[in-house]
Design a protein around this ligand. Structure first.
Ligand code: DON
Length: 305
């Protein structure tokens, strides 16, 4: 017999598949190839049970959803004192690509905006950028439960057109936030955004955070518990950029979105969810993704407050 959660998700998927509105991201040329009808949901409980519906196995690029996990890696590798001197934890209330640096220190306001994410990528362990990329890929792989693969076309497309991010990386170098060669750190950031995932991967990554840092299926520890708390805190306050306040008010779960159309949300101690639907609203968040999380939160009373 079908579980009540599976039936609920199937009904929700059927209803929200009819929802129109939003535009597929176009500022990275390669992303325009996404099909606006793709729509998948996967929910993974902390004991490792996965419920999937729709295009949950359709691969797409993780984009900004990589940011909390690379920030987590920097925290685990360098410790709080080092990282907190270089990236803050204040919501900017600004768009994902805003410059938002502290006026005196030049530290990005938080690790979820691009500036903070590029700084985080520059801080993971490794003697040079090649080894730092290996560390990022290894860490994302532990959260996901398998080795990572890149969408090379998306990586090249972003690297060829990411002039604003290039300017941000040089600003970070100017303030001494990035110690080494900023363009090499930036390429690692572009690579992390191009990692291929499906809804199931995202749900397992979210469920690993819900499960205190241990992957619910592999049993591998991805992150120390004290860093899980820190990562979930910045996801709650900054994960949805200039929609973060409304999101916390209405949905009430730590979350992160990406311009590939993915969203993750975490209910600590219970489950992680990954939703994929490429059309985005004007703030760069998946229209159907937001609606799925709102409905789930409302229907089951999941708001953490
Ligand atoms: O920095 C960028 O432009 C992208 N690679 C990532 C942006 C992103 O996913 C923003 N999130 N909504």
């Amino acid at each position: 017999m079908k579980s009540p959660i599976q039936s609920y998700l199937e009904t929700l998927h059927r209803q929200l598949a009819a929802l129109r509105g939003g535009e597929v991201a176009s500022y990275i040329p390669e992303l325009t190839k996404a099909n606006p009808d793709w729509f998948g949901i996967c929910l993974v409980t902390v004991d490792g049970v996965a419920y999937s519906v729709g295009d949950a196995a359709q691969p797409f690029t993780i984009q900004s959803i990589s940011k909390p996990f690379v920030y987590a890696t920097a925290l685990a590798d360098r410790g709080l004192a080092y990282v907190s001197q270089r990236v803050g934890v204040e919501p900017s209330g600004d768009a994902f690509n805003s410059i938002s640096l502290h006026p005196k220190s030049g530290a990005p306001l938080n690790p979820m905006i691009n500036a903070g994410a590029i700084a985080s990528a520059s801080m993971v362990a490794g003697q040079d950028a090649t080894r730092q990329w290996a560390r990022i890929a290894e860490s994302l792989g532990v959260f996901m439960g398998h080795d990572v693969a890149l969408d090379d076309a998306v990586y090249r497309s972003e690297s060829e057109t990411g002039f604003r991010n290039r300017a941000i990386a040089w600003m970070l170098k100017n303030f001494g936030i990035i110690a080494d060669e900023p363009m090499a750190a930036l390429e690692n950031y572009f690579r992390q955004c191009s990692v291929l995932v499906d809804c199931r991967d995202l749900a397992f990554m979210a469920a690993t955070l819900a499960n205190g840092g241990i992957h619910p299926a592999t049993g591998q520890r991805a992150l120390p518990p004290e860093d899980v708390e820190r990562v979930l805190s910045v996801m709650a306050t900054c994960g949805m950029y200039d929609y973060a306040g409304s999101w916390l008010y209405e949905v009430g779960m730590p979350a992160k979105s990406g311009v590939g159309g993915g969203i993750i949300a975490v209910l600590p101690g219970r489950f992680g969810i990954g939703v994929f639907s490429p059309p985005l609203d004007e703030k760069g968040n998946s229209v159907r993704g937001i609606e799925v999380c709102k409905r789930l939160s409302h229907d089951f009373g999941l708001h953490v407050f």
